[in-house]
Design a protein around this ligand. Structure first.
Ligand SMILES: Cc1cc2nc3c(=O)[nH]c(=O)nc-3n(C[C@H](O)[C@H](O)[C@H](O)COP(=O)(O)O)c2cc1C
Length: 181
């Protein structure tokens, strides 16, 4: 199974989580292409069986140009404001192009509320499902101590484990039975 893993990160925490998720996916035998959103291929140009996306929560959702500029004012690298996951998800194309492929989304956030209904991963999951992808995991939050990080202790271990769970659920889903939760 080949996975496309696309992430956005302003200060580096989501990037660290993405690398841990890749380790988890790889541990289950998935071949992972990891891309920061600015250099990610459009979905239509990439060959993958599983799509995993991650982004920082900005203003209870995926980032927008205004929130990314706000992050730059708080010290993030200016180039990172160029584009974000919300913009990349627009390259997903029509619903039938998804072929019901498995997908999952994670985010980073400071809020400790676990099942926050409005966050980057809930928005991304909604868009994935609207574009015809089959969600194989609930939106997954990973916690940072403050806007610029660091991640809380144990979050990278959780991210590795989440990557493994997503891989197993995706393998199960593509082997013919439903594994969405
Ligand atoms: C403009 C802005 C808005 C934010 N809004 C939220 C928010 O609504 N909820 C939240 O939990 N964290 C919020 N945060 C904190 C980010 O989630 C945090 O900076 C991010 O997880 C760090 O990941 P990164 O290093 O990959 O950018 C916000 C941060 C910025 C810069």
């Amino acid at each position: 199974m080949r996975a496309l893993l696309v992430y956005e990160s302003m200060f580096g925490s989501t990037s660290e989580v993405a690398r841990a998720v890749r380790e988890g996916l790889t541990a289950e035998g998935v071949d992972v292409a990891l891309h920061e959103v600015r250099s990610a291929p459009a979905a239509a140009d990439a060959d993958f069986d599983l799509l995993v996306v991650g982004a920082p929560t900005h203003a209870f959702s995926l980032s927008r140009p205004t929130t990314r500029r706000d992050a730059v004012r708080q010290g993030a690298d200016e180039d990172r404001a160029e584009t974000g996951l919300r913009e990349w998800l627009r390259t997903l194309g029509p619903k039938d192009a998804a072929h019901h492929r498995p997908a999952a989304a994670f985010d980073t956030r400071v809020t400790k509320v676990r099942n926050l209904p409005k966050a980057a991963s809930t928005r991304a999951s909604h868009l994935l499902s609207r574009h015809g992808y089959q969600l194989v995991s609930r939106p997954a939050p990973f916690l940072v101590d403050d806007v610029k990080g660091p991640l809380l202790d144990g979050e990278l271990d959780r991210a590795r484990e989440w990557g493994r769970e997503v891989a197993r659920a995706a393998l199960h889903a593509t082997s013919g039975s439903s594994a969405a939760s």
